[in-house]
Design a protein around this ligand. Structure first.
Ligand SMILES: C/C1=C2N=C(/C=C3N=C(/C(C)=C4\N[C@@](C)([C@@H]5N=C1[C@](C)(CCC(=O)O)[C@H]5CC(=O)O)[C@@](C)(CC(=O)O)[C@@H]4CCC(=O)O)[C@@](C)(CC(=O)O)[C@@H]\3CCC(=O)O)C(C)(C)[C@@H]/2CCC(=O)O
Length: 196
């Protein structure tokens, strides 16, 4: 995607790189780490985020091949401005032992089926629910925030073996999760003829 980068964003990246050497990260990992840090102004994410370059490469191809993108809450979708997203929170209802966010994940899976990219930035219960489904995701960006359940749900994501972007701490949030997806959206698609 050809994107015109605003001078303020350019300056933000210049200052970020002056304070943190990210050059040792492989390309997609670097793109995600930098965009998350850029969105949160929090350099500590460099040691907190967990991801795998090979999984990112496969997810990047799926994303640019048209795989659907599902988000847990509208706030995450609002941050992903260059791609349509699926969010079923408005249709969801809370029940005994079920948050609206978790129900929304069930509804979204019924809509999109396997192979989607899932972006969870708010609700730990949404991530927990996703892990109970046979969703065969292209990627799970699991970056819910908070004191209750966020750390545990992200640890469960890592233990699941699914392709994932997560972090170890209580930090996260809608803007950070949207930024991680945007990093993959903005990263150029290389064509075989360009590398020969
Ligand atoms: C427990 C919940 C937490 N919410 C957090 C932080 C924020 N949530 C905002 C908003 C507007 C929404 N949060 C809901 C998702 C709502 N939040 C919850 C739930 C009660 C349970 C989720 C869970 O534990 O997994 C959840 C309701 C539900 O039944 O699922 C939201 C749907 C509530 C609503 O309006 O009905 C709503 C989502 C709106 C959307 O679609 O975008 C905040 C903006 C609230 C605020 O002003 O404080 C904020 C946004 C943070 C962000 O970056 O996303 C926590 C901190 C994640 C908290 C988790 C537990 C904790 O540790 O406190």
């Amino acid at each position: 995607m050809n994107r015109v980068v605003h001078p303020i964003e350019e300056e933000s990246y210049r200052r970020l790189r002056a304070r943190l050497d990210t050059s040792h990260f492989p390309p997609l990992t670097r793109a995600v780490v930098e965009r998350v840090i850029h969105s949160a102004a929090d350099l500590a994410y460099a040691d907190d985020l967990v991801m795998d370059e090979g999984e990112l490469a496969a997810a990047h191809a799926a994303l640019h091949g048209g795989a659907p993108v599902v988000v847990d809450v509208e706030m995450v979708g609002a941050g992903i401005t260059r791609r349509e997203t699926v969010c079923r929170l408005r249709d969801a209802v809370a029940g005994p032992g079920l948050t609206r966010s978790a129900h929304a994940i069930r509804l979204a899976f019924e809509e999109v089926g396997p192979g989607a990219l899932w972006v969870i930035g708010n609700a730990p219960t949404a991530l927990e629910e996703l892990l109970t489904l046979d969703a065969d995701p292209a990627l799970v960006i699991g970056l819910p925030v908070g004191f209750v359940g966020a750390v545990e749900s992200k640890a469960a994501l890592r233990a699941s073996g699914l392709p994932a972007v997560s972090n170890v701490s209580e930090k996260g949030g809608s803007a950070v999760a949207a930024a991680a997806l945007n990093a993959l959206l903005y990263h150029p698609v290389s064509h075989p003829e360009e590398s020969s």
